[in-house]
Design a protein. Structure first.
Length: 180
C-alpha cells in the first residue's frame, strides 16, 4: 500500500478509518498525509482493504522529494516544483502515521523518496519505526551514493531490508542519465 504526503481521501465503511494522500504534481510520489485526518487508535481488524477486498500489510513512506542525484527518468531538469518543506511530514508525524498503520496490521514499512538518505533525521526515524510492536520489516530504497557511510548506523537503528537502484554496471551507459 502506498501512502503519501502530498488530497485524495477514502474512508472504510466498516471501520470509519480515513486514509488520505495527496500528490503535488504528476512526478511526485504519494506519501502519508498530516495525521489530523487519521484516527488516533485502530485495531488489527482495521487492516486496510482495497476495492478488491485485499488486505494490505505494506506501507511505503516517501520521506522527501529531494535527491543527491538528478536522474533524467526521475526528475526533469526544469518545470517540476518540489513540495514546500512545510508540507512534508515531521519526524513525529511519520512515527504517528506509521504506528497507526502497524496497529492496523501493516508489518512492513518501506522508506523511499526522492532519496531517503538526504533526510537528516533518517537514523532517528529508523530507530523509532523499528521499535513499533508488530513491525517485521523496515526497508529502504536508495540510490546507494552515501550508503558506505550510513549503512552501519542505519542497520543499528533497525533497518533490515535494502533495495539499491542500479541502472547499469557500465559507467559509460549511465552518462547523461544521472548528474551528481
Amino acid at each position: 500500500m502506498r501512502v503519501g504526503l502530498q488530497s485524495l481521501t477514502s474512508t472504510s465503511a466498516s471501520t470509519g478509518v480515513t486514509y488520505s494522500n495527496r500528490c503535488s504534481n504528476a512526478y511526485s510520489t504519494c506519501c502519508a498525509t498530516k495525521p489530523e485526518a487519521l484516527p488516533v487508535e485502530t485495531t488489527s481488524t482495521d487492516m486496510p482493504v482495497d476495492s478488491f477486498r485485499r488486505f494490505h500489510n505494506y506501507l511505503r513512506i516517501s520521506l522527501s522529494e529531494r535527491c543527491n542525484l538528478r536522474c533524467q527518468y526521475c526528475m526533469l531538469a526544469e518545470g517540476v516544483e518540489l513540495t514546500p518543506k512545510s508540507e512534508l511530514l515531521l519526524h513525529d508525524e511519520i512515527i504517528r502515521v506509521a504506528n497507526l498503520f502497524v496497529t492496523s496490521g501493516v508489518d512492513k514499512i518501506r522508506l523511499s523518496g526522492g532519496e531517503p538518505t538526504v533526510r537528516k533525521d533518517l537514523e532517528d526515524i529508523c530507530l523509532h519505526l523499528s521499535g513499533l510492536k508488530g513491525l517485521k520489516t523496515l526497508a529502504m530504497t536508495t540510490n546507494g551514493i552515501v550508503l558506505s557511510k550510513k549503512l552501519p548506523r542505519l542497520k543499528e537503528c533497525g533497518l533490515n531490508t535494502l533495495n539499491i537502484s542500479l541502472d547499469t554496471f557500465i559507467p559509460a551507459n549511465s552518462e547523461g542519465k544521472t548528474v551528481h
